[in-house]
Design a protein. Structure first.
Length: 276
């Protein structure tokens, strides 16, 4: 019987052990060292920013962008307007105008104001940042003596769809039931014997009030002989943290006869910031 051929076992390749490349290790160690140095510098820089906060404020306050209407900025604007900064700063820091701002806000709420901006045009309420055309329709009718208590008479713009003849529909922005609004002690913009009186309840930090500002300026420009305009404070402090002190600052400026200059400056600065 022939012998079976012996199968040859596969030849295993030799295992080769090599010495580690020292140059690679040196490079890796150098990279790690540079990374650690970089992180140390970054942490030191961040700590420096945090500790530089005024009066030991929290680090978040130091690194966040300051509001355009923070108290320090309000004092700068007062100086730029030529106010007596000593009197202005003392007035603002003391909080002496807080009670007046709170009184305006409570009064607005008693008239049915729930948000900003809100306008009383010869007592008729218009709530919101409506276009100039809506104001024009109301103002023209008041000047011509054709102001009405019927929504059917307001058809030139979209006011009819927003109109409420009863004064009780909270879903409507234009309310025809006129209310007497007390403006005693307030500084008006416009002629004393104007045919139309507008009282705005507003918030310096409210984006819709900022949007309405050019409309207010257009009204004062085009009806400079027929409209008398008043501004009452209605800061929405729950959502606008800088509105209260800005309202107080405006009243401090009013003590020096520059309420409207301060009013315009704040809204113009806010409008530029909103556009960016």
């Amino acid at each position: 019987m022939p012998k079976a051929k012996r199968q040859s076992e596969p030849v295993q390749p030799p295992v080769i052990y090599s010495q580690p490349n020292n140059n690679i290790l040196y490079v890796m160690m150098g990279v790690i060292t540079l990374f650690l140095v970089f992180m140390t510098v970054k942490m030191f820089s961040l700590e420096k920013k945090i500790n530089s906060g005024t009066g030991g404020q929290a680090g978040s306050a130091a690194v966040q962008q300051e509001s355009l209407i923070s108290v320090p900025k309000l004092k700068i604007y007062a100086k730029e307007l030529g106010l007596n900064t000593g009197k202005f700063n003392k007035c603002l820091d003391s909080g002496k105008k807080k009670a007046q701002v709170d009184k305006d806000t409570a009064y607005g709420s008693s008239l049915g104001v729930q948000g900003t901006p809100g306008f009383f045009i010869n007592g008729k309420f218009l709530g919101g940042a409506f276009p100039f055309s809506a104001f024009k329709e109301i103002i023209d009718k008041e000047i011509n003596g054709t102001g009405s208590s019927s929504c059917a008479d307001y058809t030139e713009t979209n006011l009819a769809g927003q109109c409420d003849e009863t004064g009780t529909d909270q879903g409507k922005a234009f309310k025809l039931v006129a209310k007497d609004v007390d403006v005693s002690g307030m500084t008006a913009e416009g002629p004393k014997n104007a045919k139309v009186t507008i009282v705005e309840f507003s918030d310096f930090e409210c984006p819709y009030c900022i949007r309405a500002y050019p409309t207010v300026k257009q009204i004062l420009s085009e009806y400079k002989n027929d409209v008398k305009f008043y501004y009452k404070q209605y800061p929405l402090t729950q959502i606008h943290p800088n509105a209260q002190k800005t309202a107080e600052a405006a009243l401090c400026a009013d003590d020096q006869g520059k309420f409207w200059k301060f009013h315009d400056k704040i809204f113009e600065i806010e409008a530029k910031g909103q556009a960016q």
